[in-house]
Design a protein around this ligand. Sequence first.
Ligand code: ADP
Length: 401
Amino acid sequence: MKILVINCGSSSIKYQFYSLSESRILAKGIVEKIGMKGSFLKHEKESGQKVLFEGEILDHKIGIEYILGVLSSEKHGCISSLDEINAVGHRVVHGGEEFSTSALITDEVILALEKFIELAPLHNPPNLRGIYAIKALIPEIPQVAVFDTAFHHTMPQHAFMYAIPYALYKKYGIRRYGFHGTSHRYVSSRACEILGVDPKTVKVITCHLGNGASACAIKYGESVDTSMGFTPLEGLIMGTRSGDIDMGAVSYIMDKEKIGTKSASILFNKHSGLLGITGISSDSREILAAADKGDERCILAIEMFNYRIKKYIGAYAAAMGGVDVLIFTGGIGENSVSTRVSVCKDLEFLGIEIDQEINAGIRGEERIISKEGSKVKVMVVPTNEELMIAIDTQNIVYGKE
Ligand code: ADP
């Protein structure tokens, strides 16, 4: 069973080509700078050998033509014909209130996704472009949409509602949707597999800490709360996003700086977070390095970042009436030893005790990092959204094995 997984961003397309029955990634790569000068496709074969193709990749359809071309090329490819692709799975950011699971893409589903453009104007249009391109280029191959929001469908209403006039929820769908769902779902179920426990018996908190960051409370296998909200701006402090902020401060800044909603959105999405505080970088590696050299704003940004995560862990432990497993994932969660130490510090009262020695050696690998007797199992589980998308795609098109 060969599944192509596609993740279309505004100017990039990431892809991975799986042979799931053999647990192999046959090829992967990225198309970058779509519609700009210097666009290219970087392709990596299963052997690790890399090839670069430069060209005028004006839009997503041409980008996908490049991908299909290289996958089936005699010299660099891994299939002799496009018929060997059994299905295509797409990452789709917003599935609104309609989609609680991944879905086979039909004309009706496409119509629904077009409706959600309003809710995710930056993300759903490129996701849709990828779907249109596959439909045009290899129309007979089934496609599946895997939504970032779907996993959070189980949140109870008291967790997903904002305390604004109810009519606005009804009229515009203003509520918490949550994102990163595929990642939270993957790492929580993988952690349960590693621990040999039934997800339906445990309370899990997952911290996805990358450029975007979110935490999720997963009670007995279901998301019951998550830190991102109506948009991926709410919650934890991120590379360039503010996370939680008083709405009063937002309107005050808009007034004082005489800026409109567009500029305010750019301010809080692109110029805030770690970048906003440090004034140097949104990249945690650079910030950690500068903090080591004594840069005060970098030290402050790190303290703020870690403190916010700690607060969410406390809140979610309260929301679930306890916590059994705490998981770190995403580029920072998987690799930053000091972030994990700082976040877990003083959480011993919850039963969270990490083993400093084990933790210090773990970067980007699956591992239990809590002490032998720690009540809460603390784990590092590298995320793998692409694999989850491939598995969902196979299950939806061909049924569960
Ligand atoms: P995205 O959300 O774009 O997928 P990633 O999950 O790749 O992002 O995470 C990117 C973040 O991970 C960056 O801030 C980067 O500095 C951080 N990161 C990667 N490796 C390390 C490391 N060894 N130590 C600390 N942070 C790291």
